[in-house]
Design a protein around this ligand. Structure first.
Ligand SMILES: CC(C)(COP(=O)(O)OP(=O)(O)OC[C@H]1O[C@@H](n2cnc3c(N)ncnc32)[C@H](O)[C@@H]1OP(=O)(O)O)[C@@H](O)C(=O)NCCC(=O)NCCS
Length: 133
């Protein structure tokens, strides 16, 4: 069954502006080491961050919480399989919320899909619950 869906569009130029103004402080506050390493290897650093920003917003919508001041952004993190497919990992408050919405005897799987076409970056998140065998 589907527990939640979320979507978000992020403007790459706006993210570039934040990167220019706040640089490392923004990166370290919002993104995990894996996300920062991926972006720093890319020519389109801002686009890579914008997709991951959109993924965090979309994930918070799928979790049904939305974003509040003071939430730990790094508790919703994107990494990539060797095929390039993105996966979303939740920790801390986001994992706690995921556990709360997951029915007993089920496991939750967080699906994520990303795309960008300048100036937009987009993410979809779907949270599925599967019965435990
Ligand atoms: C997946 C693919 C369709 C992406 O299309 P695109 O128009 O280049 O790029 P988009 O902007 O739409 O999407 C990029 C995002 O697609 C996602 N993506 C990449 N590979 C993916 C895959 N195998 N499955 C699902 N999503 C994938 C990633 O999240 C990527 O963003 P990120 O690298 O910042 O995480 C294209 O790269 C492709 O056909 N790849 C398969 C073959 C390949 O080149 N593999 C290389 C690794 S072996």
């Amino acid at each position: 069954m589907i527990l939640g869906i979320g979507t978000d569009l992020a403007n790459i130029d706006r993210i570039q502006g934040v990167l220019t103004r706040h640089g490392d402080r923004f990166k370290k506050r919002v993104f995990t080491e894996i996300e920062q390493a991926k972006a720093s290897r890319r020519k389109d650093e801002a686009g890579t961050y914008a997709k991951r920003w959109a993924a965090k917003e979309a994930c918070s919508k799928a979790l049904g919480t939305g974003l509040r001041m003071g939430i730990a952004w790094r508790d919703m993190a994107v990494s990539n399989l060797s095929s390039g497919q993105p996966i979303m990992q939740v920790t801390g408050w986001a994992k706690k919320r995921l556990d709360e919405i997951t029915p007993v005897d089920h496991e939750a799987i967080v699906h994520v899909s990303l795309t960008d076409d300048h100036p937009w970056a987009q993410a979809y998140v779907v949270i599925e619950a599967r019965p435990l065998a």
